[in-house]
Design a binder for this molecule. Structure first.
Ligand SMILES: Nc1ncnc2c1ncn2[C@@H]1O[C@@H]2COP(=O)(O)O[C@H]2[C@H]1O
Length: 232
């Protein structure tokens, strides 16, 4: 079908301009790119029909721009999609509600999957841990202030000291057979320093995790006293 039968070549340059302006007004990167792509396509049609012979140089240049844009649209869609993740990764991703799938894939590149072959000490209270953990199956035993608790799948271990850049606040022991994911703290910090978006997403995640843990924990008497003292 020859569109020049129905529309003049100039029509396409106006539509291209419309898409470009609309795209440049969009704040969402995906919309911006899709609209610019539509504009580029209209320019190509224009260059093809505007004179007796198609303007091949201009068509070539616009095609290169279009293909580059298309490639980046693919990258964005991949970042937003969980397509290609296996069931284990998908189950683990549920523990990362503040990260998009692309950010999750990036942090998982720095992760080790571990199965405790014997009872394994994960954290010692007062000692700065080198790693950060997420329980994926089984249980870890937590000891703090003379009480203990069992920590199951979906819980982070070591996020408090990671956030405050200090020592662990509890002793934690992984039971034999417990499965967990481990990140080297220094590598995770380096990734966060490189990407402010990942840094914000991880900080939000750990803040949420700590708030959830606080919501089910009981205040330690002397700390509660201190708080009341401040208020009075
Ligand atoms: N009250 C609690 N409930 C659940 N997990 C806790 C609690 N106190 C400490 N932890 C976990 O035990 C970890 C010990 O190291 P962190 O202080 O870095 O981070 C701590 C939390 O991940």
């Amino acid at each position: 079908m020859d569109p020049s039968q129905f529309f003049s070549a100039e029509f396409f340059v106006h539509v291209a301009l419309f898409f470009y302006v609309w795209g440049l007004l969009a704040r969402n990167e995906l919309w911006l790119r899709l609209l610019i792509l539509a504009g580029t396509f209209c320019y190509i049609v224009y260059y093809y029909y505007v004179s007796e012979a198609p303007l091949w140089d201009a068509i070539w240049a616009s095609s290169v721009i279009g293909v580059t844009n298309l490639f980046m649209i693919g990258v964005i869609l991949h970042e937003r999609s969980t397509l290609g993740m296996n069931a284990t990764m998908l189950a683990l991703y549920a523990s990362f509600p503040t990260l998009n799938p692309g950010q999750f894939r990036r942090i998982m590149k720095h992760a080790d999957w571990v199965t405790a072959e014997a009872e394994t000490r994960i954290c010692t209270r007062g000692v700065r841990p080198d790693s950060l953990y997420l329980v994926s199956a089984g249980q870890m035993h937590l000891f703090r202030d003379g009480t203990d608790a069992w920590i199951g799948p979906g819980n982070f271990i070591g996020e408090i000291s990671f956030l405050i850049d200090g020592p662990a606040t509890a002793d934690v022991i992984a039971q034999k057979g417990t499965e967990y994911v481990r990140w080297d703290r220094a590598k995770l910090k380096a990734l966060m320093d490189k990407s402010p978006r990942i840094s914000n997403a991880i900080s939000a995640l750990f803040n949420k995790d700590i708030a959830r843990k606080l919501s089910v924990s009981t205040p330690v008497p002397e700390q509660a006293g201190q708080a009341t003292g401040t208020l009075n």
